[in-house]
Design a protein around this ligand. Structure first.
Ligand SMILES: Cc1cc2nc3c(=O)[nH]c(=O)nc-3n(C[C@H](O)[C@H](O)[C@H](O)COP(=O)(O)OP(=O)(O)OC[C@H]3O[C@@H](n4cnc5c(N)ncnc54)[C@H](O)[C@@H]3O)c2cc1C
Ligand SMILES: NC(=O)c1ccc[n+]([C@@H]2O[C@H](COP(=O)([O-])OP(=O)(O)OC[C@H]3O[C@@H](n4cnc5c(N)ncnc54)[C@H](OP(=O)(O)O)[C@@H]3O)[C@@H](O)[C@H]2O)c1
Length: 248
């Protein structure tokens, strides 16, 4: 049986009219960077629970979740309206295999995200444990608009902290800006623009790709990497080059 704990919302960060982060204080069990918990609220008399990834490192006292309001979404639209001090339920134990322990040895770890799926990578990078074995780290955040790049200041700080080992790149799909690549992840891989901007190439001998977020992005990118780069999905029993997590 799932064990639930009560949390208190101690901070809310409104980034745009659709994007926000909630910071919660709750007595959960220790988790591994990259994992998720379930948040639950009563909506119209019914308990609604959904998975949300931690943004914070496991060592930090407060739990941070980066959330987008999905139109007609039952829980996300309710979470949009929660107030400071409100009570929220969380699963005591976290779950998920989108963690560094599941990533095989490689030279360059590519972490690609759409939208709020930047969260698990920020947790992994803020933790910093288990990253020594990679020569290069690449963090890519793809959003619709520049204003959706809520964690760019943190990404930039992490880039500085990693002292040349971490390269970051933003991509926006619905406006042209000089600060980000334009388009979508699969197209920018197909035309080599992403690798050119980063200054590293993706190759099965040297690279492992983590994909997180929009399921269509995950499947299109996976297909492209399989067909054009001879990369395979990674399994414990059969090591490969691609690890992924779909958000819906
Ligand atoms: C492992 C995991 C981790 C996740 N982590 C996060 C996170 O950190 N932040 C976050 O915002 N979400 C995250 N999600 C998505 C989250 O669990 C919910 O699915 C999302 O908040 C929508 O829930 P809802 O109740 O509002 O919508 P629902 O009522 O469940 O769904 C309404 C409709 O929207 C579709 N939908 C669901 N999510 C999305 C989406 N993001 N974009 C577009 N359409 C969608 C559904 O397929 C459905 O058709 C994660 C999901 C998984 C599986
Ligand atoms: N972000 C917002 O400001 C906003 C505003 C209103 C509503 N919402 C709602 O919130 C939910 C999530 O929105 P989101 O913007 O966080 O996530 P999203 O719709 O998944 O978009 C994030 C990024 O993923 C790209 N993408 C979409 N499909 C792809 C595919 N098949 N292959 C590669 N890339 C793909 C998008 O490109 P494209 O732009 O080309 O699709 C965008 O750059 C949606 O239901 C949306 O309607 C969000």
């Amino acid at each position: 049986m799932t064990e639930w704990v009560k949390g208190e919302i101690i901070r809310i960060e409104k980034w745009t009219d659709k994007l926000f982060s909630i910071i919660i204080n709750a007595p959960i069990d220790p988790f591994i960077a990259g994992q998720f918990t379930k948040l639950a609220l009563d909506v119209d008399g019914q308990r609604i629970q959904r998975a949300y990834s931690y943004v914070n490192a496991p060592s930090s006292q407060n739990l941070e979740f980066y959330i987008v309001t999905v139109p007609i979404g039952k829980l996300s639209s309710t979470l949009t309206r929660v107030s400071l001090g409100a009570e929220i339920m969380l699963t005591k134990k976290s779950a998920g295999f989108f963690v560094l322990d599941e990533v095989p040895e490689c030279e360059t770890l590519w972490m690609l995200a759409t939208g709020t799926a930047i969260g698990p990578y920020l947790s992994i990078l803020q933790t910093g444990i288990g990253l020594e074995r990679f020569k290069n780290l690449v963090l890519v955040h793809a959003t619709r608009f520049t204003c959706d790049l809520s964690y760019l200041p943190l990404m930039t700080r992490l880039q500085e902290q990693y002292n040349g080992k971490l390269r970051i790149q933003t991509i926006v799909s619905r406006e042209i800006t000089s600060n980000a690549l334009s388009g979508r992840i699969p197209t920018l891989l197909q035309n080599n623009h992403l690798e050119a901007a980063i200054g590293l190439t993706i190759h099965p001998d040297t690279s492992h790709i983590m994909l997180c977020g929009n399921p269509q992005m995950v499947s299109c990118t996976q297909k492209l990497l399989q067909e054009q780069r001879k990369m395979r999905k990674h399994f414990r029993r059969k090591p490969g080059h691609i690890t992924s997590e779909n958000y819906w």
